[in-house]
Design a protein around this ligand. Structure first.
Ligand code: TMP
Length: 209
């Protein structure tokens, strides 16, 4: 049986990484075979590309270069890690995927969204998540959480208006794909968010198996 591909998205500072971990642990406790991974990254080559993209000294990086590097990192990750795990029947839980490129490089930077879709379809061979949790948080609240952490990367350093467009972009995607993307209020406590995600997943699972 093919596994399941579950992704987590949201503006910076929404708490995705914590929630990905909690979700994967809850599934493992229920006896599922789970693989946690992230983008950009997830493989040695993809992690090197991540370093290039996020390096704060790369101020001259062109927007098109940035979009292609995210797609390149993704191509390697999907082929080397995600597809083989899905073929083994594993539940792959991924911190960000194509929706992030549509929101950040498309809606955020203003690159044509259809072009971002096109390069990502090529990169992934058309792989689409089975379910996506969009952890939503107002930009100011997300940034306040990030500032409590040391050192912002090149993307996190961009101005608030850019991050507002990204958040709006995520909302647009959620409206376009209501059956796949679940919007979760990430201003709630860590425990409440984790419970909401798991409850949704457990309700949804029987409908597809
Ligand atoms: P992370 O903070 O979730 O690890 O992601 C690193 C940054 O990269 C974050 O600011 C979001 C951004 N990003 C994009 O702009 N496009 C993408 O396709 C992905 C996967 C991440």
């Amino acid at each position: 049986m093919r596994g399941l591909f579950i992704t987590f998205e949201g503006p910076d500072g929404a708490g995705k990484t914590t929630q990905v971990k909690a979700f994967a642990e809850a599934l493992a406790q229920r006896g599922h075979d789970v693989l946690v991974t992230r983008e950009p990254g997830g493989t040695a080559i993809s992690d090197k590309i991540r370093g290039l993209i996020l390096d704060p000294s790369h101020r001259e990086m062109d927007d098109v270069t940035e979009a292609l590097l995210y797609a390149a990192s993704r191509a390697q990750h999907v082929r080397e890690k995600v597809l083989p795990a899905l073929a083994r029947g594993t539940i792959v839980v991924c911190d960000r995927f194509v929706d992030a490129s549509l929101a950040y490089q498309g809606f955020g930077l203003g690159l044509p969204v259809h072009k971002i879709k096109e390069i990502n379809e090529f990169a992934t061979g058309g792989l689409v998540p089975d379910r996506t949790y969009l952890l939503d948080i107002p930009v100011a609240a997300g940034r306040a959480r990030l500032q409590a952490r040391a050192g912002l990367d090149r993307i996190e350093q961009k101005e608030a208006a850019y991050h507002e467009r990204v958040r709006e972009g995520f909302h647009t995607l959620a409206k376009e794909h209501p059956a796949r993307i679940r919007v979760i209020d990430a201003t709630q406590s860590v425990e409440a968010v984790a419970q909401e995600v798991l409850a949704d997943f457990l309700r949804w699972l029987p409908s597809i198996t």
